[in-house]
Each structure stands twice: as C-alpha cells, then as structure tokens.
Write a protein that binds this ligand. Structure first.
Ligand code: ATP
Ligand code: MG
Length: 422
C-alpha cells in the first residue's frame, strides 16, 4: 500500500528538533512575561470577514493566501496571522473597559497558501505580542529593544533592525497618490500583480518580491516627505528612545509591510541572508492605531509584532541537547525490576532524568541502550546486589564503578548531575 504523506508545505516536528523549538519558545515567553505580557490563546479558525477587515482586502494574504472554506453556511478561515483574533477577543470580552493597558502574547500555528521554500511554509508558527492602549512611541521602542535582546539571547548572528514610520491615514492617502503618479508612466514595466496594485493599493508595490518591481521602486518618492508634524514628532521620539537604549537600528524609508492595518511605527528584524536566503526576515511588527476601531471597538492605540518560529530556529546558532538522561536503570530479573521501578521514581523525585529498562533483556543489550542515550550513569541491579542492598553505579563518562547502598543512590546521582529535588 502506498504511504499517505503530509500536506505540501506542512511539516512534522520530530522530537529531535523539538528541543531547539522549546528553547526558542521559552526564551521568548520568559522575556515577554518579564515585561508584563500575559499569554492568550484564541481559536485557529475564525470567521472569514474578520481577516478581510483586519488584514485588508487588497493584501496578498487575503487575496491569495487564505485557507477559506464554507461549513454549514459559515464562511471560515484558518488564521493566517494572530493579531486579528487577539483584537477580536479583546473586544468580545470588553477587556478595554477593564484595563487601561493590555499586554498579550500568543504562540501557535498560522496558515497561508504560499509557495513553499526554505523558511516559507503553508503551516508555520508565530510568536507574537500586542500592546493595546498605549500610543507610544516609548512602548514601541521598549518592544523593539526587547525583541533585539531576545534575538541576541537566541544567538542569531548579524541581526539587522529596520524601522520606518508609515504616518497616519491622511499621510498614507497623500503618499499613495504620489506613488500612483510615479508608477503610472512605468506601468508597462511592472509585474502583473503590481499593475493591479496600482489601482487597488499602490503602497503594496513597495512590498513586492519581484526584482523588476523592486528596481523600479528604488527611486520612488519616500513616505517621509509626506509625514504630518505629529507623525514626524512620534517617529523622532521613537528614534531618540532607541538611541537612549543603545539599540542598533537603521531607518529604511521604503519599508512597508504586507498587512493593511499599520500606522506610524513599522519595524522588521532580519537575520543574515546566508542562513535564510530570501526569507531573511525573522520578525516584523508595527503600530496599528486604526485596527481596534475598524473591528467595531473604541479608538485604541496598539502596537505589536509577530516572529516566525521556523526562521528563528534556522537562524539560531545554538543547539540545546535534544535529550538528557542522568541515569539508566538496568534490572536483571523480575525481583530486580520491582526495585528498578521504585528507584526510578525516587530518582525523578530528586529531579533526575531517568529511564528504566523494563524489557527483561540481557545486561549487554541494556548497557548498549544506556550508551546510545548518552546516559551519565547505568544503575545495575542483579540478584547479588538485591541480596546485599546495594546498586552497582556505573559512571559511563568517568568509566568508573562502585557499589552504593540502595537508599543513597538517588542522592548520589542527583549530586553529580547537579539536580535538586522537585
Ligand atoms: P514575508 O515578507 O517573508 O512574506 P510577511 O510580511 O508575510 O513575510 P508577516 O505577516 O509580517 O510576514 O509575519 C511575520 C513573520 O512570520 C515573518 O517575518 C516570518 O518570520 C513569518 N512568516 C510569515 N509567513 C511565513 C511563512 N509562509 N512561512 C514561515 N514563516 C512565515
Ligand atoms: Mg508574506
């Protein structure tokens, strides 16, 4: 029979990879918790209009990438990003009425029907956060600096922090007109997608991945010429805050981002192209002061980010050990196996990582398994040891062995492996 395979662009994460994943996730979660962010979990499926409204009708995500389906007359979509669901939950549970400032983070799978490549999948994972109820730019700088710190902790080399300001809605409208004027005479040279964007959403041409479009965009007017004095002041204060923090960054006047809801502050962080190729952006974020109102809520300022876990894992230069085994318990015979089970439980209570060989196989094959797990100790219990009340403690690193009274084995192993009782 032929094998059933996973869906293209959707990956299994096997235990050997999970150690690094778990480490990346917990590094993020700890850093965010220390800054007052609390975890939120929202459904993977939301109603389709939520994303159309929140992400924007003319974005690539909504136009081409969503997994949408109808189920019993409901138009549903597998979430392509996390902000829309988080803001929906914030409004649905009237959190804004109870909290002046809300700091949430999330971690989970997202779905986009893109062409799979390195660092680009159809199911992928994002860690993201939102700060609702703060106009910035102080918290924008705080967030950018925190994320830069996390990428350092993840040992991602050559991180580049890029910032820009998109201004408010009126700035954007005036800039859009200027872009239409600039690109109109070049229309024939643009990709088919960007020709369409010229009428639907000219700003998106700047975000095109097409190299021809990118070359043409290089000389387009920049948004900075159109910023209002208030937008200008917000951006200047953001830069001064980053300077005060000593966070390295580069202003990129043509940085725009895929989703429609951004206002003012925008940022991206890139790892080196060497490791990630074209998909070198590990995280992106920005301010979206208009989104809460757009989704039917009050006027509430907001800023957030989302990081792609696959790209972080690829870019990180640290490989935590996949599996730790402090002790492998090797019983020889039925009676010894009872003691092995008890001893294993006691060792775990001492904080040790312990596996017990319950197969009833030979000493040789049990020791081979202890070796293959790179266990520090093998704890051998045979009839003679049972009678004597001892265990043979074989140190597989130091290549030594001794007899230890059964009652003292757990303390002995825990001391060498420097693990305390739980
Ligand atoms: P890109 O320009 O690479 O398509 P994007 O602008 O669509 O990214 P966002 O929607 O801002 O990305 O998502 C934030 C982060 O999520 C990205 O920086 C990236 O790390 C990750 N990401 C986005 N799409 C994918 C995908 N299809 N596969 C893996 N990671 C992704
Ligand atoms: Mg994309």
């Amino acid at each position: 029979m032929s094998l059933v395979r996973a869906v293209r662009g959707m990956n299994d994460l096997l235990p050997a990879e999970m150690a690094k994943w778990a480490w990346v996730e917990s590094t993020f979660a700890v850093a965010l918790s220390r800054a007052g962010f609390a975890e939120v979990r929202t459904p993977i499926v939301e109603s389709t209009p939520l994303f159309v409204r929140a992400v924007g009708e003319t974005t690539d995500v909504v136009e081409k990438e969503m997994y949408s389906f109808v189920h019993h007359d409901d138009a549903l979509t597998l979430r392509p990003e996390g902000t829309a669901g988080a803001v929906r939950a914030y409004l649905e549970h009237t959190v804004h009425a109870r909290e002046a400032i809300t700091r949430w983070y999330y971690n989970g799978p997202m779905f986009r029907g893109e062409r799979p490549a390195k660092g680009r999948y159809r199911q992928f994972y994002q860690i993201g956060a939102e700060i609702l109820g703060d106009q910035g730019p102080g918290c924008d700088a705080e967030l950018i600096d925190l994320l830069h710190g996390v990428l350092q902790a993840l040992r991602i080399p050559d991180v580049e922090v890029i910032v820009n300001s998109l201004g408010g809605p009126t700035t954007r409208d005036r800039y859009r007109e200027a872009l239409v004027q600039y690109f109109e005479p070049l229309k024939d040279k643009l990709s088919a997608d960007s020709q369409r964007r010229l009428t639907t959403n000219a700003l998106r041409i700047l975000d095109s991945k097409n190299t021809g479009d990118r070359d043409l965009a290089a000389n387009a007017p920049t948004l900075h010429e159109f910023l209002s004095p208030e937008d200008e002041a917000h951006f200047a204060l953001l830069r001064r805050s980053l300077d005060a923090l000593g966070t390295p960054y580069r202003v990129e006047p043509r940085l725009v981002r895929g989703l429609d809801y951004y206002t003012r502050t925008l940022f991206e962080m890139k790892a080196s192209r060497e490791t990630l190729g074209a998909g070198d952006t590990v995280l992106g974020g920005g301010r979206y002061d208009g989104l809460v109102a757009e989704l039917g809520g009050p006027q509430a300022a907001a800023v957030g980010f989302a990081a792609g876990l696959e790209r972080l894992v690829i870019a990180s230069r640290f490989d935590p050990p996949t599996r730790v085994t402090d002790a492998y318990v090797v019983p020889l015979g039925d009676a010894a196996r009872f003691l092995a089970l008890t001893l294993g439980r006691e060792l775990r209570a001492h904080g040790c990582f312990v596996e017990i060989d319950t197969r009833g196989t030979s000493l040789k094959s049990q020791l081979r398994r202890a070796d293959s797990l790179a266990s520090r100790f093998a704890l051998i219990i045979g009839d003679a040891e049972l009678a004597e009340g001892v265990v043979v403690v074989k140190d597989l690193v130091e290549h030594s062995q001794s007899k230890v009274a059964t009652a003292n084995v757990a303390a002995h192993v825990a001391k060498v492996c420097a693990r305390g009782a739980q």
